[in-house]
Design a protein around this ligand. Structure first.
Ligand code: ADP
Ligand code: MG
Length: 238
């Protein structure tokens, strides 16, 4: 069970409180979107879930297990960033294979997993290319492929489409939705784009200044915004 539970998570950088007492329960296999203006703490919250940053206070549970102090690699979580962070000197194939080589899988298992990921992301014809020979959308697919092969139980996405143009963004939204149905795992997706939030989410978490303003389905937030901020952000007159 990949339920993710945040219990009273706070984060301070020096004197500055960036996250203030965040409590939230994310259902197994749900697609949850964190949305809010730039600087409200979305990336910091995602980095804490991934284990790339430690909270100043509070606990993080995956299933029943307290992972607050656990290393990122032991959490069964994959994170996809806005910048693709691919290895420029390696082919698409080797970029996707890299985490499997590090984990010590056999060449046969590596080959099977890389080809399976490439097929599901429409990269099968590009396996020998270098990242510099790919479009932005294809690069982001490689980054997603690299995270899929480890079979994580939770996926974290930090504004993965914000470097793409509008047409490609819309295409990739569809692609992510297909991927989601195929993998059937918990996904937490950060964006400042209301359209992405409203069209993709089961649950939306609206953040503002390090606090949760409201949690609800797109329809609930649209029909019953709890605050003026939520109403404004979701695009309804408050
Ligand atoms: P978002 O992703 O919503 O744009 P972030 O989580 O990146 O917001 O940042 C939230 C706030 O925390 C910002 O004011 C940012 O400047 C601050 N912040 C983030 N990381 C650090 C850090 N390592 N040191 C100091 N301040 C930070
Ligand atoms: Mg951010």
């Amino acid at each position: 069970m990949a339920t993710v539970t945040l219990a009273n998570i706070s984060k301070r950088f020096g004197e500055t409180a960036v996250l203030d007492n965040i409590s939230l329960s994310i259902d197994d296999k749900s697609f949850v979107v964190f949305v809010g203006p730039s600087g409200c703490g979305k990336s910091t919250l995602l980095r804490i879930i991934a284990g790339l940053d430690a909270p100043s206070d509070g606990k993080l549970l995956i299933g029943e297990k307290d992972v607050t102090l656990e290393e990122p690699v032991d959490r069964g979580i994959a994170m996809v960033f806005q910048s693709y962070a691919l290895y420029p000197h390696m082919s698409v194939y080797e970029n996707i294979a890299y985490p499997l080589r590090t984990a010590g899988l056999s060449p046969g298992d590596i080959d099977r997993k890389v080809r399976e990921a490439a097929n599901s992301l429409q990269l099968a014809d590009h396996l020998e290319r270098r990242p510099s020979q790919l479009s932005g959308g294809q690069r982001q697919r490689v980054a997603i492929g690299r995270s899929i092969v480890r079979d994580p139980s939770v996926f974290l996405f930090d504004e993965p489409l914000s470097n793409l143009d509008a047409a490609l963004r819309s295409e990739m939204r569809g692609e992510l939705m297909r991927l989601r149905r195929k993998l059937d795992t918990t996904m937490i997706y950060v964006t400042h784009d209301q359209v992405e939030a409203m069209t993709m989410a089961d649950q939306i978490v609206v953040l503002n200044k390090g606090r949760i303003e409201q949690v609800g389905s797109p329809m609930e937030l649209y029909e019953r915004p709890a605050t003026r901020f939520v109403a404004g952000f979701i695009g309804q007159p408050g």
